[in-house]
Design a binder for this molecule. Structure first.
Ligand code: ADP
Length: 220
């Protein structure tokens, strides 16, 4: 059965990263074609993905046979074998796949994939390491840098914000951040507005330049 429909993704390389990504796509209702050269890995994921195939992704005939060229989105999650990653990406680019995501294990690997023209190059270890650094530092409960220099931080609001409507706090002017949303204990997340009054047990989502958002999280 061919599964190259609109909401489907081909994931090449089903190691720790690729399999986790493929299973999460499946859980969200996306059809996934998984490809890996390792028979054991293919066996283990059989039945968990829409289709799992053992194949060498560096060969364009093989990818064509699997109808990978009909997919709009392909993820190359081959990491440690940099040669296989580069060759696979080159084949996919030749097939004019509209959106290719690829994982890189080193900075040089990432540079090469970008030079080839891969649309989205990700470095999971480097990115996760940076993110966890902000969590380890303490104040942030969660942290996502949207792009270099701009972040979303989940934190507790400092005492000076308690009991005052956000509109009266000059938060944006003085601290350079915006409270995007808040959550009271036991309640759902809600969008914040000028009338929102925060209290001691609340959690907030702060949006702003990374330095400022982080600075905010460190206020007590
Ligand atoms: P992780 O760190 O996420 O576990 P790895 O780089 O170790 O990632 O694993 C990548 C996967 O890609 C492995 O399961 C490996 O069998 C697969 N792989 C490597 N080369 C090829 C290839 N040429 N064709 C298909 N799959 C490949």
């Amino acid at each position: 059965r061919r599964i190259a429909e609109a909401d489907s993704v081909a994931v090449i390389g089903l190691g720790r990263f690729g399999s986790s990504l493929a299973l999460e796509l499946m859980a969200g209702g996306t059809e996934v074609l998984g490809i890996d050269a390792d028979e054991e890995i293919v066996q283990a994921l059989n039945g968990e993905l829409t289709q799992v195939v053992r194949a060498d992704s560096t060969k364009s005939e093989v990818l064509k046979q699997l109808a990978v060229d009909e997919f709009d989105r392909v993820v190359v999650a081959i990491g440690s074998d940099i040669t296989a990653s580069i060759l696979t990406c080159s084949v996919l680019l030749g097939m004019k796949i509209p959106v290719i995501w690829a994982k890189a294990v080193t900075e040089q690997h990432a540079v090469i994939l970008e030079q080839l023209g891969v649309h989205h190059v990700i470095r999971p270890e480097a990115e996760m390491g940076r993110r966890v650094a902000h969590l380890v530092r303490g104040a942030a409960l969660d942290y996502i840098e949207i792009e270099k220099g701009y972040a979303i931080v989940k934190t507790a609001p400092p005492a000076r914000l308690h009991g005052v409507p956000l509109g009266q706090t000059a938060l944006r002017k003085e601290l350079g951040v915006t409270v995007a949303a808040f959550k009271r204990p036991g309640e759902e997340w809600r969008n914040a507005d000028a009338e929102t009054v925060l209290g001691p047990g609340d959690t907030v989502l702060i949006v702003g330049p990374t330095r400022k958002a982080e600075g905010f999280a460190q206020l007590r």
